[in-house]
Design a protein. Structure first.
Length: 364
């Protein structure tokens, strides 16, 4: 921990001078240098060769003024909104500017940003070097909200099944000083940490929920798992001055080599669940029918007839769902149920169904 703390830099905000005032001063200084040289030449022309030292001195002074103020103009910088400069002076951290505008800093300060460090010059076939490699102006640190589209990668879930998973990370730099000093390349650092977090998190959860359905899964709890990834990734990149705004899982699927087998497994599980629901509903309807018969005292059934009636009702309720045998059996069951119904009606006479509940009891 002590080693990590020693790396972290406290951000020092520079109060830069106005660029317009320093630009005006530089122009005036260069004009003054030119005026000194001209004045020396005029005096030398009027007095002759006796003032050679004065001419040389005026020329030297004028050149020094021009060179000095040209160097002073090299400290002019332009910073756009949501950008920052991190400066170093002779190898030491000098300060950070995050305010947009036109300003002036010490011309010996160097803007640092390892993530956009120009590559070595590449000479093309035409003999010209790559301009992007020679340019050293892209040293600004962007403070805008950025997106890291992490490519899908193959990992094994908690059950050992190979799955493909990909995520997108929405992030921004909040401390440019930490971003350019504490890590070599904060963009690559974020990408590597994101890959590691995705792999480690995917290994902790199964792809799909179990039969009990009481645990998190990559497919069923993707939003919760994405929030866990976001929290863990934020802890990893805190030292780099990066804030993770959101993590979203954009791709999740079984690996191609097992995708077909797992699809068949899911279809079989869905069919079993559907038939369980159908059977549960049919059993509930049979229980309700028996309770109504007993409650209204319509007909008395012994245990054997109750069992037969339950069997017949289940066959009728389930025959459209493909849960019973052949068509002849279904017709036979319907015939038996119709016979039972007719007997129940005849027991109370032709007007049995039209009577009130009390009258039905009296009929019995």
């Amino acid at each position: 921990m002590d080693g990590e703390k020693s790396v972290v830099q406290d951000e020092k905000v520079l109060k830069a001078k106005s660029g317009y005032a320093m630009l005006l001063l530089g122009i005036i200084g260069m004009l003054l240098g030119v005026a000194v040289i001209i004045a020396g030449c005029m005096v030398f022309g009027q007095t002759g060769e006796t003032n050679t030292a004065l001419l040389a001195g005026s020329i030297i002074l004028g050149v020094l003024l021009i060179v000095g103020f040209i160097l002073e103009l090299c400290g002019l910088r332009v910073l756009n909104p949501n950008e920052a400069y991190v400066f170093a002076l002779f190898g030491k951290y000098y300060g950070t500017i995050k305010t947009a505008g036109f300003f002036w800093v010490n011309p010996f300060c160097e803007a640092i940003n390892p993530s956009v460090r120009p590559a070595a010059p590449v000479v093309t076939s035409s003999g010209l070097a790559n301009p992007a490699a020679l340019s050293g102006k892209a040293k600004k640190v962007s403070l805008k909200t950025l997106t890291l589209n992490n490519e899908k990668q193959k990992v094994n879930d908690e059950l050992g099944n190979p799955v493909e998973i990909g995520a997108v990370v929405i992030w921004k730099v909040t401390n440019p000083t930490k971003a350019v000093i504490n890590v070599e390349n904060y963009k690559n650092y974020l990408s590597i940490q994101c890959d590691a977090i995705i792999r480690n998190t995917a290994r902790m959860y199964p792809y799909d929920t179990s039969e009990k359905g009481d645990e998190k899964s990559l497919r069923g709890s993707s939003q919760e798992i994405a929030e866990i990834m976001c929290k863990e990734l934020q802890e990893k990149v805190e030292n780099a001055g990066i804030k993770i705004l959101e993590v979203r899982i954009t791709h999740l699927a079984y690996a191609p080599e097992i995708a077909s087998a797992m699809l068949q497994r899911q279809q079989a599980a869905a069919i079993i669940d559907a038939r369980q629901k159908i059977v549960e509903g049919a059993v509930g309807m049979v229980e309700m029918a028996l309770d109504k018969l007993n409650e209204n005292d319509i007909v008395e059934l012994d245990e054997e007839r109750k069992a037969a009636m339950v069997s017949n009702l289940l066959v009728v309720l389930l025959w459209k769902q493909g849960c019973t045998a052949d068509r002849k059996q279904r017709k036979s069951v319907l015939g038996r149920l119709c016979t039972v119904y007719i007997k129940v009606v005849r027991k109370g006479g032709n007007t049995f169904l039209g009577k009130t509940e009390n009258e039905r009891k009296n009929v019995k």
